[in-house]
Design a protein. Sequence first.
Length: 344
Amino acid sequence: MKSNSFGLDIGTSSIKVAWLNRENNIISYGSALSVPTPVESMQSESAFGYQEMAQVINKLVIDAKITTNNVNISLPENHVYTKVIEMPLLSDSELSTAIYWEAEQYIPAPLDTVTLAWAKLKELRNSFGEERMQVLLVGAPTQLIKRYQKILDLSGLTIIAIETEILSLIRSIVSGDNFPTSLIMNIGAMSSSLCIVRNGVIAFNYTISLGGVALTRTIASDFGFNLAQAEEYKVAYGLLDTNFEGKIAKAIDPVLSSMLAEVKKVMLFHNEAHKNESPISQIILTGGSAALPGLAVYFAKALGVETITGNPWKMLGVKDVPKTVEEKGTEYAVAIGLALKEYE
């Protein structure tokens, strides 16, 4: 039975959709497709920009043969404030009042410009034996939500759910409470999100302003390529020394070293803060640049931690996925997570 809603991931470089079927707890492929994002329209606040974005999305849905108008969407992580906070153990009604006081501490924007959402993650006892709870706090610019609402209204789609990319990502990668403590790195076009998952839930998240475009621009600068040529070389040769005499690997090493330094910082923070709990045992790479040849090996050697490429089609055991789509699984991680939201 096809799901009543599909996932839509509106990225800065591409727009992706995923639609799934589920029958007898077996998930199978419905549809998935990606198109380039019209960059100028993506950044525009004009009626024409909204209309062009709507037309691109509408055509994408038609081309993907998606027959439902119900959609789950994500908000870009670098535009959203996401924080895991620890609070005294409160009832739901108490939390709904207290959360605004907490938000003032953690969200660097006037609260009257932000839409807040929160969810209890788990209860715990601190070192003093006090009952506490971890809460996921999310603040999204209200204007950003209205912008997405306008575009999707023009597309003829009905928004069923809105969440952050990180939550969608975790849903497509993490399977159950016994999932090992992991750091998930989603390498987007303009930025990358780092997320630590412990006991099956988000424990920490962090966004850095480096992504796939920075790698591409470095190659373009070093070799005098245009961005399209540089992207082709990046995807084809990656970090393998045997490819193109290792020249691409050398060109992008400064950017990767900066990204690596941020990952080390996050891992050190986590391991120091949670000395009595299991350390990070694996790193999972997702996003458009995650599948670069040699990237997982590069991270594994530099960090001394097992590193894998996170392909949700394979990790979830989704049936009947076309080979050409399955090969691009890292790109669809957020869209797949959104498509899975209905089955929570």
